[in-house]
Design a protein around this ligand. Structure first.
Ligand code: GLA
Length: 680
């Protein structure tokens, strides 16, 4: 196992976060205290410059970074490194006033007014030029600074722009995609339906709210284009920095389950994956442990984007956020647990928004390491400092990697296409939740899955689950067939293989693209259930008898031409007696098909069977406990996280618990919200 530290110059993990000293330039006493407190809290990195444009360049052309250089030097002298952001996430008023094309147009095509942030047009030539000047100046001044760790591109890139420049770019992008042949596009989008045919690419608009938004291929291509556009903007910034001498690694901070762009496309253009983690803890609809599992799924999604190096948790909230409907403080112990979860899943950083709480404006009540009270004895500060010390204790774990053999397929365009399909029920499609429920089932068995795309390399995996793989990219049917043929365990569900990458229905039965053979069945109907509709399936035991029954919700498919072995049959409704879960032996492996929505826990036998076939050891963990593993060349580190407020005991644990230094042999007792890092 190769280990790969992100920043060899830093010992152990990065601990720190967004720091905005520009808000306090008239308070040298505060800036001095900040450094003192950071050191006390074991903070060794800050992210600066995220929204600093109007301080960098208060008036057009008058750029000065002296304030930043001075602070960066001082931090470095004190052992604190800097992640330096390009300030393009928000613009000064002078810029929008002089170059209105920098402001985005909304989905009616109407230009926004100046203000807020993250609202720039990624294709505006005037904005690009201003960005080029700013980023070049930054790189010329700071590239090679010994305290500079990396470049942080813009901030949380997101959203769509419907301006005229973007409309034209979209048309060009479509022309390239369809080989400048409008008939190819007409065919792919099935435009003879409702007389939607186009004669030329320049007739095509973005899916304006009051325009053409019923051509599903157009909607999907618009999202693909917008991903391209944001990536193009990000690449422009990276190229500008590089052109001006920057050699440090780059990242941009991704967001949880982000919907606007396909991160699987964007990931290849940055050096390190980072994301902003804002759990809705202690909420009134789920347990903390379930909320932790959602975080865990996200960590897995981001980790799996670049498996050969750790990722970064670029932002998280000390204490609380201030933008949720209810803003609740993290209860004592949760800070350590949620931060250690990032480390456990493969992050080499715990970073916050923000180090010092701003005094005014919309984020003045957002959590921070240093609060308005200004002391180092607050509950939050003390918890941050404890974490800082614990991160030092386990610093040998930095640079180690995960090595998972189970994966779940999660394609962005599949997600968009499912939501946009005029099918099923509007409110219960729940693709994301379905993926998460499969993830959670493996986690309950102590097995951590990766989250991957259908286009990634699958060679590391022995089990792949592809729930609701509605869209099949070119070649994916064959890829699945090869995977199973060569001994893989592949599980799929209802609503799989219905359409090709252009959203045209696969003819000849679902799942298409040769998959009917792999699964040994065809699906003829998918039926939608109301929440109060009742049906169930009976699981058939080894002797061929029904052993227990499990409820069905939301969706049930009617299968036909089933040559696969039947593992469960429907109990009621018009599908009574028909196959509901099947297993097909194909080549050296098995292809499983779950034709209806069930509780994953009710079909745990399937998971156990796949794991057994794949030779992967598993142990049922106590409810609310997560286990994650990171590997070094000569050691492995098992992280145990207790999402319950009560103590729990985990069995069959052996090794040295690094946080306490104690030997564990047999049982491990985890306190409420407790964490253990067991080296063996
Ligand atoms: C986002 C942004 C930060 C800050 C935080 C608040 O993640 O990147 O600038 O606004 O949210 O939670």
């Amino acid at each position: 196992m190769i280990t790969n530290k992100l920043f060899p110059q830093v010992e152990g993990f990065l601990h720190g976060g967004d720091y905005n000293p520009e808000q306090w330039l008239d308070r040298p006493d505060i800036l001095k205290k900040d450094i003192e407190y950071m050191k006390e809290a074991g903070i060794n990195t800050v992210t600066m410059g995220v929204f600093s444009w109007s301080v960098h360049e208060p008036v057009e052309g008058q750029i000065s970074f002296d304030w930043l250089a001075e602070i960066m030097d001082e931090l470095y002298e004190n052992g604190i490194y800097t992640v330096l952001a390009t300030p393009t996430g928000a613009r000064p008023a002078w810029l929008d006033e002089k170059y209105p094309s920098a402001m985005r147009c909304d989905e009616m095509g109407v230009r926004n007014h100046h203000g807020v942030r993250h609202n720039h047009c990624m294709q505006s030539p005037e904005y690009r030029e201003k960005v080029r000047i700013m980023d070049s100046a930054l790189a010329e001044r700071f590239a090679g600074h010994p305290g500079l760790l990396m470049w942080h591109i813009s901030n949380e890139l997101g959203g769509y722009c419907y301006c005229d420049t973007c409309r034209k770019k979209f048309q060009q992008w479509l022309a390239d995609r369809y080989d400048h042949d409008i008939e190819k596009l007409n065919k792919a989008w099935w435009t003879t339906f409702w007389s939607h045919k186009f004669n030329s690419f320049d007739q095509i608009d973005p899916p304006y709210k009051n325009g053409e938004n019923c051509v599903l291929g157009l909607n999907l291509d618009w999202k693909r284009f917008s991903t391209w556009s944001a990536t193009d903007f990000m690449k422009f910034e990276i190229d500008t920095l590089r052109g001006a001498g920057a050699t440090e690694p780059t990242t941009t901070n991704f967001m949880e389950m982000f919907y606007d762009y396909d991160y699987h496309y964007m990931k290849d253009f940055i050096d390190v994956i980072s994301w902003d983690n804002y759990p809705e803890l202690h909420n009134n609809w789920q347990t903390d442990a379930d909320q932790l599992l959602e975080r865990s799924f996200n960590h897995a999604l981001f980790r799996s984007m670049k498996k050969n190096k750790p990722f970064m948790m670029m932002e998280s909230a000390p204490g609380l956020v201030n933008w949720r409907p209810f803003n609740k403080y993290r209860r004592p112990g949760m800070h350590e647990l949620i931060s250690m979860q990032a480390i456990a899943t493969g992050s080499d950083t715990v970073q916050y928004f923000q180090i010092r709480k701003s005094r005014g404006s919309s984020e003045q009540w957002h959590g921070a390491v240093i609060d308005h009270i200004g002391t180092n004895d607050t509950r939050v500060f003390k918890e941050v400092a404890k974490l800082g010390a614990d991160l030092k204790t386990i610093s040998e774990v930095a640079g180690t990697l995960s090595d998972n053999k189970v994966a779940i397929l999660f394609d962005w365009d599949n997600r968009w296409a499912i939501d946009d399909a005029w099918a099923l029920a509007k409110d219960t499609k729940n693709f994301d939740k379905t993926c998460m429920s499969i993830y959670n089932e493996f986690m309950s068995l102590g097995v951590e899955p990766d989250i991957i795309s259908s286009d990634m390399d699958w060679s590391d995996y022995k089990i792949i689950c592809a729930p609701m793989l509605y869209v099949l990219h070119d070649g994916v049917g064959e890829k699945i067939a090869d995977f199973v043929r060569n001994g893989g365990q592949f599980m799929s569900t209802y609503f799989t293989g219905y359409v090709n990458k252009d959203l045209l229905a696969n003819l000849g039965g679902f799942p298409g693209d040769g998959l009917s053979q792999v699964f040994g069945l065809r699906s003829e109907e998918i039926d939608t259930l109301y929440p109060e509709d009742k049906n169930s399936i009976s699981i058939i035991d080894k002797a061929g008898k029904p052993s227990y029954s499990a409820p069905v919700s939301d969706y049930q498919e009617l299968l036909r031409d089933v040559t696969a072995e039947v593992l469960a049959r429907y109990d009621g409704d018009y599908v009574a007696g028909k196959p509901a879960i099947t297993r097909n032996s194909f080549g050296e492996g098995f292809a499983y098909y779950v034709a209806c929505r069930t509780n994953q826990n009710d079909i745990e036998f399937l998971y156990r069977e796949m794991l057994e076939h794949a030779g992967i050891a598993y142990t049922k963990l106590p409810v609310g406990v997560e286990k994650h593993t990171r590997f070094a060349e000569d050691a492995k580190y098992d992280f145990y996280l207790n999402g319950n407020t009560e103590d729990v005991t985990v069995k069959d644990v052996a090794g040295v618990e690094l946080l306490t230094g104690e030997n564990v042999s047999g049982t491990l007792v985890l306190k409420g919200y407790g964490v253990a890092v067991v080296k063996s």
